[in-house]
Design a protein around this ligand. Structure first.
Ligand SMILES: NC(=O)c1ccc[n+]([C@@H]2O[C@H](COP(=O)([O-])OP(=O)(O)OC[C@H]3O[C@@H](n4cnc5c(N)ncnc54)[C@H](OP(=O)(O)O)[C@@H]3O)[C@@H](O)[C@H]2O)c1
Length: 255
């Protein structure tokens, strides 16, 4: 029987976190580094990646920024060629939401939301899984979905549909890759104050929503650390295709 410290130990593991320079991705990267993993931070803007890498170095960890547009297969190939080592852990976190009602939504916005949140997650997970298989690694893929993957809210329908797709894609990947020793699970966060969510959370409807959260507060990115470490580590060795909701109870009640 492993001790709790052994169960969650990530020393010697390499983690790739997409969107790792900001918001939840930055918190995921710091948590993984605190647990002993070396971390590659990937995104389109280098500055936030370099700032997060510096924060990890300041804690005594190892971090490596790499430019990546998850929606572009050429960029995915170039980023994987630049990785210092195959990833044992992939946190598929890059994403964003278009803020428009379906009647007014431009087609380009629909495509951009699906390309980043759904197609991009597949492109990156496919590249990571191919590298894990080639290196003989028993890896863990963690897809960052949303409570909006199983509920809807006005003005976010393409994002919600893409996250619903990501939850089902998680199950498809889990089913196909179990034979290679690769586990694939998802985290469905509720609401957290980040660049992406700030506009909504600062609005009247956002403030009203916070009052409906049973725990009566927004999530702190640190609240996701337990679910992240569970899914990244041997503590979840027999979990694959699962969705872990971390939302303060928001998704429990119909009204
Ligand atoms: N905040 C919440 O309440 C909440 C709730 C549920 C789920 N989520 C999910 O959590 C994840 C992180 O969001 P966040 O709240 O932390 O927002 P955020 O701070 O805006 O982070 C999003 C990150 O994704 C990266 N990104 C976006 N498009 C990308 C692309 N095409 N290629 C590579 N990187 C890309 C961005 O970096 P670059 O712009 O530099 O590329 C950025 O670092 C998202 O998947 C989001 O859907 C958030």
């Amino acid at each position: 029987m492993k001790t709790p410290a052994e169960l969650f130990d990530l020393r010697g593991k390499h983690a790739l976190v997409t969107g790792g320079g900001t918001g939840l991705g930055r918190a995921f990267a710091l948590q993984l580094a605190s647990s002993g993993a070396s971390v590659t931070l990937a995104g389109r803007r280098m500055q936030p990646l370099e700032e997060t890498a510096a924060a990890i170095h300041a804690l005594g960890g190892t971090a490596h920024p790499v430019r990546l547009d998850v929606s572009d297969s050429g960029s995915v190939a170039a980023a994987f060629a630049a990785l210092p080592a195959p990833a044992d852990i992939l946190v598929n976190n890059a994403g964003f939401a278009a803020d428009a009602m379906l009647l007014d939504l431009p087609e380009d916005d629909w495509d951009a939301v699906f390309d980043a949140n759904l197609k991009g997650a597949w492109l990156v997970a496919r590249a990571a899984a191919q590298a894990m298989i080639a290196a003989g690694l028993r890896g863990s893929v963690i897809n960052i979905a949303s409570v909006l993957g199983s509920a809807v809210q006005k003005g976010t329908a393409p994002y919600a549909a893409a996250k619903a797709g990501l939850i089902h894609l998680t199950r498809g990947m889990a089913l196909e890759w179990a034979r290679h020793g690769i586990r694939v699970n998802a985290i469905a966060p509720g609401y957290y104050y980040t660049d992406m969510a700030a506009g909504y959370l600062d609005s009247d409807s956002g403030r009203a929503m916070v009052k409906r959260i049973p725990q009566r507060r927004l999530g702190d990115p640190a609240d996701l650390g337990g679910a992240l470490l569970l899914l990244a580590s041997d503590a979840s060795a027999y979990m694959t295709g699962s969705v872990v909701t971390v939302d303060g109870g928001l998704s429990l009640a119909v009204i």
